[in-house]
Design a protein around this ligand. Structure first.
Ligand code: NAD
Length: 253
């Protein structure tokens, strides 16, 4: 698919990777429906791409809510016409170990901490993809592409029961949807970034970040632009589906 033909939904577009994806897509001539719970960040994005504002539709979206997901996709179709790309990017971290002994009692990960991450990182893509695919069928749009933003920690990582499980689940969905949707001309792939410099890292201590950096063969964190290059490849390469691209400086988690 050529980038100027793209009409994309990008979730979590108010900052970090999502904002970079939206900015790069618009700069390449694509149209973008940018959704996020952070309306201030969406306003900043709108300001940044002011010269191409006809090709950006920014609106509040909570990917965990069925009505919000359905309403956002409908409004995106009204604003942009036939959608052909969905980037399931919105995601959160709420790290903590499963259970740890502490002065005679056990500190446990609260169920709410588990559910919050699964809701945003796994149920969110499920709801968004269901609505997006339905819009693609209704408009008889083909080809179309879905890209899930996973993580290198999808195979498991200390302190990330909730996050790793959500990203492993997302990879399973990538494969399942690639198999189910190929006959309708819809490709589904994922990107598994390593540590990328975005505001999500504000949740991680400096000490942990230094440890992480030391474990990366290229000895640095990635940039949002480097992850965009993977997204661009997936959109443009019509023979790519059901697979993940790892953009991680060679890290082994
Ligand atoms: P970020 O925190 O900078 O941005 C995430 C965005 O998602 C925010 O704008 C936030 O408001 C939005 N969001 C959160 N909950 C939402 C909801 N319910 N509905 C809609 N939007 C919501 O994070 P980022 O680093 O840009 O991460 C983007 C994606 O990349 C996430 O899925 C993350 O798990 C993944 N990832 C990031 C890294 C990294 O090192 N930055 C590494 C691997 C994977």
């Amino acid at each position: 698919m050529d980038l100027p033909d793209v009409k994309a939904i990008v979730t979590g577009a108010a900052r970090g990777l999502g904002r970079e994806f939206a900015r790069q897509l618009v700069a390449a001539g694509a149209s973008v429906a940018a959704g996020d719970i952070n309306e201030g960040g969406l306003a900043e994005l709108t300001e940044e791409v002011r010269s191409c504002s006809g090709r950006l539709h920014a609106a509040k979206l909570d990917v965990t809510q069925e009505n919000s997901a359905a309403g956002f996709v409908h409004a995106a179709v009204d604003a942009l016409g036939k959608l052909n790309v969905l980037v399931n990017n919105a995601g959160i971290l709420r790290d903590g170990v499963l259970a740890k002994p502490e002065n005679g009692w056990t500190r446990k990960m609260p169920t709410s901490q588990w559910r919050q991450v699964l809701d945003v990182n796994l149920t969110g893509p499920f709801l968004m993809t269901r609505e997006f695919v339905s819009a693609v069928y209704q408009a008889e749009t083909s080809p179309a592409v879905i890209v899930n933003i996973s993580s290198v920690t999808r195979t498991g990582n200390r302190g990330q029961s909730n996050y790793s499980a959500s990203k492993a689940g997302l990879d399973a969905l990538t494969r399942t949807w690639a198999l189910e949707l190929a006959e309708y001309g819809i490709r589904v792939a994922s990107i598994a970034p390593g540590v990328i410099e975005t505001p999500i890292l504000l949740n991680i201590t400096d000490e942990a970040l230094e440890e992480l950096k030391a474990s990366i063969p290229l000895a640095r964190f990635g940039t949002p632009y480097e992850v965009w290059l993977a997204l661009k490849f997936i959109i443009e390469c019509d023979f790519f589906t059901g697979r993940a691209i790892e953009v991680d400086g060679g890290s082994i988690v």
